[in-house]
Design a protein around this ligand. Sequence first.
Ligand code: E4P
Length: 271
Amino acid sequence: MKIFIDSADIDEIRQAYAWGVADGVTTNPSLLKQAVEKRVRAGQPLDLKAYITQILQVAENTPVSLEVTEYTAQGMIQQGKRLYDMFNKVADNVYIKIPVNPAFKEEDGTHFDGLRAIRELTAGGIPVNCTLIFTPEQALLAAKAGANFVSPFAGRIDDDIRKKANLQFDKTAYFAASGMMEKDNVLEDNGVVSGIDLVDQCVQILEQYGFATEVLAASLRNPRQVRDAALVGAHIATLPSAVIRDMLKHHKTFEGMKLFTADIVAEYAAL
Ligand code: E4P
């Protein structure tokens, strides 16, 4: 399973590549806002074009997703092409991130605009990461439209399932892949019992029909969810820096280091 860093913070991205664990980067408008605000707070002037160029250079040879902010087919196609033309020349690694359904509400006439944009951009050779996937059938439609990656949002499904059941929870707390029972009923969202179940169903459907589209498990909030994503065969997991860091920790590893270090034979260390 490839690991992407889910961040627009150049320091975090540099760190993940320096650790040698990053196979790509995903950004979204909220992550970009956080990165910009951090710079502004630190009194650092920000040239966004130069900043994104730096991200692409650090991530050289690995995909970087840049999300559109338009929400009509024409708007997303034009913006996607503009971003691609502007930035892909830096390191040939830009993926355009398109929402699976850019409508804000039921009555909007734009439900299929995301799919139309995916179809046109990918037909023109621009790789697409289809975002905001909350059902396996959205993933199927995005794959049929030609998306290179589909991004099911595991953590946000877990949030939604817990919220609907009026449970108190911490967003980073593990929610079992197998779901949760409440008064003899399994909590679920339209047949999806957890975020990892959503990832699993997307993987199964796309593999069943031999799509080249890769499932990018997104909105992962803790290491156990990363393990679950790997167990169900996600091709990629995109992770905040803190989750990557936490994946390496175990108290017995720390203890083992102390014990082995205390036992070092000086002659052996000097060999
Ligand atoms: C990734 O591409 C998504 O934008 C991201 O993983 C969302 O994560 P969140 O639900 O923790 O905001």
